[in-house]
Structures are given as C-alpha cells and as structure tokens.
Write a protein that binds this ligand. Structure first.
Ligand SMILES: [Zn+2]
Length: 386
C-alpha cells in the first residue's frame, strides 16, 4: 500500500503528511465518511509513514520508503505499532481477541491480509456487529503495558467506531481522556452522529468526502480494466464510493440500459403498444429481481437526463451515455418540447417505490404509461404547431 493507492483525497493526504512532517501528531482523530472513500486506507498509510525508519521527504509531503524493516512489516499489516480493533462475532468467548475461536482468528487474519493488499477491502467478520467492552479493555491494556516499538508511533485503528456498545463507548472515553505517549488513535465511521459527543469532541475530525464521478471512472478504467464507457456509467451509480462502484462491475450495465431503452421505445410506439408492453413488463416482474429493476430505472433516469441536457443546451457535449450519442440526439430532436422535469420526477419516484418493495408491475406500468402520455402530448403539440 502507498499514498498513491488511495484514490483522490489529496487534501487529506497533505494534511496527514504535514502532521508527520512537522511532528504534530494528534492523540486522536475521527475519520468520518462512507465506506469506499478511502478512510481506512488513509489511516493505515498514516501509520506506515509515521513508522518508516527512512522516510522520503519531498517539498510537499512525506512518503514511506517501502523497503525498511518497518515498511516490510506493514506490507502484511503485521507491524507491532499498528493495532486494529473491529467488531467481533457475538456469543461466548467472542468478546476479546485472546478468547476468539480458531476459525474466527483465521478469518480475521485472512481479512487483514486482504486489507493489506487492497485499501478498499472492508473488514467484516460474520455475525459481528458490535465492538464490545472487552475489546476496548484489551486496547487499554496494550496501551498502558507496552510502549511503541523502535521509536515509531503506535497507531490504534478502530474501524466502524460507531459499533461500540454504550459500555464500550464509556470505557473508551476514559482511555481517550488519559494521555498516552507516542500514540494516535484513529476512529473511522460512516455515522459520526451515532457516537458519543464526548468522544467525537475529543478527536480531531477529518471528513473524508465522497469521490467525484470522474475520479471513480478513471480508477475503474485504470485499476480494474473496465472500458471507459462502462466505467463512466458505473461511476454515476456509485455515489462517490469506490467499493460500491466495484460491486457493480459484474453487473451487465449496458445490457440493462439496452433493455430499459427498448422498453421506453415500446411504450412510445403507435396504437398497438399495449400488449407487447404488458408482456415485456410481466417478464421483468417475473424475475423478481428488485436490484436489477432499480438499476434499470436509474439507467433510464441517466438516459433521459442526457436527452434533456441535449434539448436544453443544444449540444451533446456533457452527456453521460457517450456511446449512445446518436440515439440520444435523435430522441431529443423528436421530443424537444416534452415536460422532461415531470418525467424525471416520475422515474425518481419509481426508483424509491421499487426500493420500498412495491410490486414491480404496479410501479412499472403506470410509470411507462405516464411517460407515454407526456411524450405524446409533446409530439402532438409539435405537430399542431407546424
Ligand atoms: Zn520505510
């Protein structure tokens, strides 16, 4: 892992590097941001660089050398100065690491190695949703009993810190109040509002923002070998999370888009549209694949937004579906004066309904009939005018 393995977040990288460079290392930091934005990776890189024996200093920052003994230990996240605390499986004996069952220990080791390889890997043990007081007591014990190794800095990383139970939070608060030499505690969370305010106020908060669509698309193309057109499409779904973006990689996005655009065309046909449309919708509803339908509707939304953007600006310069330029331009030319905002609102509303498990046919049929009405009204108005 290296700073460059974490996508974007330049402002935070500079902030953390400056802290190390100037030796102004905080006792505690709270990295808040949703999964897949790089918070855990940034924390590990902070730990790696602050422990590197021979770091490379540049005018703008500081980087771990990658070859010293400390860096070698960080390669598998096995450095004694790095301590990870995560939720452990519920049940007897699962509360503290020293009492964990062999298979859980094995699983945790495997996941830590996966994280070492991939800063966006999310550590999540099966049946583990809480960080219990036992885990915090153990953290406390290691902090009081031993000092940082080899003059480095101890970094204790608590992943999903909002998963601490009330008991654990109170115990942790006490730890936070005691001064520790050479220690930085980093908490990561997607939900800082669920944490004790007395904890968050004692941490320097670092907000890790969602990644821009451009950065995501670029990373999907460069690191995951996704063709550019697909990468753009996937990025627009990912809501700024690289983890989420990668979860869509195996979905047939272009296939879904083709299906939904075909459906739109079917709904806009002349008089004999009803039976083929009902049949097509029945087939989709039969699959009962809520996620697929949600994606199809979101793709329809992107496609219609592109058409609207061409209508509004008169150019296709800023469309998302770049590989559909011809089809979109034709569509925009045919339906130039339609009430696009109304259609877009209707599709957005349908996405929410599908998400809330409303019967798929009950969502899709009224939506497509509504879209048909809006576009046909526009077309007859154009014909009357000409
Ligand atoms: Zn090094």
């Amino acid at each position: 892992m290296a700073w460059t393995d974490i996508i974007g977040q330049d402002r935070i990288k500079h902030l953390l590097q400056r802290m190390i460079h100037e030796q102004r290392l905080p006792q505690a930091m709270l990295f808040s941001g949703m999964a897949g934005t790089g918070a855990v990776g940034l924390a590990i890189e902070f730990a790696r660089t602050s422990n590197c024996i021979d770091p490379i200093r540049t005018t703008t920052g500081i980087d771990a050398c990658g070859v010293c003994r400390s860096c070698a230990q960080f390669r598998h996240l096995g450095h004694p100065n790095l301590r990870l605390t995560v939720a452990l499986p519920a049940g007897k004996g699962g509360e503290v690491e020293s009492e964990m069952k062999a298979d859980v220990i094995e699983e945790l080791k495997t996941q830590i190695l996966a994280l070492a390889e991939d800063p966006y890997f999310e550590i999540r043990l099966p049946n583990a949703t809480q960080i219990k007081i036992g885990a915090i007591r153990e953290l406390k014990r290691t902090l009081t009993l031993s000092a940082a190794q080899e003059g480095g800095r101890r970094v204790c990383l608590i992943v999903h810190a909002d998963e601490m139970t009330t008991e654990a939070s109170n115990a942790f608060l006490k730890t936070l109040e005691e001064p520790h030499e050479g220690v930085t505690i980093i908490l990561t969370t997607e939900r800082p509002e669920r944490m004790l305010q007395t904890i968050t106020s004692r941490c320097q908060e670092v907000v890790v923002p969602p990644l821009g669509d451009d950065l995501l698309a670029e990373a999907l193309h460069r690191c995951d070998g996704i063709p550019e057109a697909d990468a753009t499409l996937i990025a627009s779904f990912a809501q700024g999370s690289y983890t989420r973006a990668r979860s869509f990689m195996n979905e047939d996005m272009r296939g879904y888009r083709q299906d939904v655009v075909d459906l739109l065309r079917l709904a806009l046909k002349g008089q004999s549209f009803r039976i083929p449309l009902t049949e097509a919708l029945a087939e989709i509803a039969e699959g009962k694949d809520k996620v697929k339908v949600e994606m199809m509707l979101s793709l329809l939304l992107l496609w219609l937004r592109d058409a609207y953007s061409i209508v509004k600006t008169g150019t296709s310069a800023s469309i998302m579906n770049v590989d559909q330029r011809d089809a979109l331009e034709k569509f925009a030319a045919s339906f130039g004066n339609a009430d696009y905002p109304r259609v877009l609102r209707a599709v957005e509303h349908s996405v929410r309904l599908v998400h809330r498990n409303v019967n798929l046919t009950l969502v899709l049929l009224p939506l497509l009939l509504d879209i048909r009405r809006v576009f046909h009204e526009a077309r007859s108005a154009t014909m009357r005018a000409s």
